[in-house]
Design a protein around this ligand. Structure first.
Ligand code: PMP
Length: 294
């Protein structure tokens, strides 16, 4: 699959204010971020040329940087401009947009006080994250790794370091032929999947974990709003894993996942029911309608 490598493609990537040919968008080996995970990023999706909730993503990137103790060297407005410039330069309309900020190479040790902060933006066409799961429902494992205590790591940051346990959990799931894993948190409550938030349905009521030690996803917030607009009750609360037995439907939300139904988590099965299917459609219409949530 060498021809599929993300480092070997045609196109342009924005780095620190310059459009760089795709294959030349490199960082040095002695980059602090590579060794010490001093890196934050965003995953965004553009529909028909417009990035859904673009500004919220840029604001979260800046907030994530602050959680890691640094400031972005670029304003939110300039970041918004740069993302659009990348879309235009690569002639993209429906795309995934990856913005990333990281500490450079001036100091190479745990301390990185003098390191320059860099920002990059890439975008590419990207199909459905979970393939045909949109129709059939995704099959999930239950991860062995748990979301950490907020006292252990800045859990509200979309920071590279937090994805170490996600990759381990996702790989373990893939070895079993499953598409993702549901992670518990440090207390044993249901938390989220490896790159998406999770929801359950029972008796017409939607239940979702309180985002008190993981990302309160932009898609999660959008889904809650869409559900409430439809008069559906949404309970944000702590959920124990043994409650899965009683839930009828389940779905994931995330920029990449959009709204994806779940058919199975470990030994528990769920139907791809009307509520989930309606929400998939409502989200699809919203992101293409160019309406920005308040
Ligand atoms: N949790 C994790 C760990 C994620 O990586 C993501 C994707 N950014 C989400 C939740 C969902 O966030 P959003 O809806 O903002 O994409």
């Amino acid at each position: 699959m060498a021809d599929m490598s993300y480092s070997d493609r045609d196109g342009w990537i924005w780095i620190d204010g310059e459009m760089v040919p795709w294959r030349d968008a490199k960082v040095h080996l002695l980059t602090h971020a590579l060794h010490y995970a001093s890196c934050v990023f965003e995953g965004e999706r553009a529909y028909e040329g417009k990035i859904f909730e673009s500004r919220k993503h840029s604001e979260r990137l800046a907030a994530s940087a602050n959680h890691l103790g640094f400031e972005l060297p670029i304003s939110i407005d300039a970041l918004e401009e740069a993302k659009l410039a990348v879309m235009r330069k690569n002639e993209l309309h429906n795309a995934y947009v990856r913005a990333v900020a990281w500490r450079g190479s001036e100091m190479m040790g745990v301390s990185a006080q003098n390191n320059t902060i860099h920002v990059g933006i890439a975008a590419w066409e990207w199909a459905s994250y979970y393939g045909d799961a949109k129709l059939k429902g995704a099959q999930l494992d239950i991860a062995e790794w748990r979301r950490p205590d907020p006292l252990t790591i800045p859990c509200k940051a979309k920071a590279a370091g937090l994805y170490m346990i996600c990759t381990l959990s996702k790989h373990a799931a893939e070895r079993k032929g499953l598409s993702d894993a549901m992670m518990l948190d440090y207390r044993g409550y249901v938390a989220e999947a490896t790159s998406a938030n999770i929801f359950f349905v029972k008796d017409g009521v939607v239940h979702t974990p309180l985002p008190d030690c993981f990302l309160n996803g932009i898609t999660r917030q959008t889904a809650i709003r869409l559900l409430k607009e439809r008069g559906i009750e949404v309970q944000e609360r702590h959920i124990m894993p043994d409650e899965l037995e009683g839930f009828e439907q389940c779905f994931l939300t995330g920029t990449a996942a959009e709204v994806t139904p779940v058919a199975k988590i470990g030994e528990y099965s769920f139907e791809v029911g009307a509520l989930v299917r309606d929400l998939v459609q409502a989200y699809d219409e919203l992101v293409r309608s160019h309406v920005t949530a308040d």
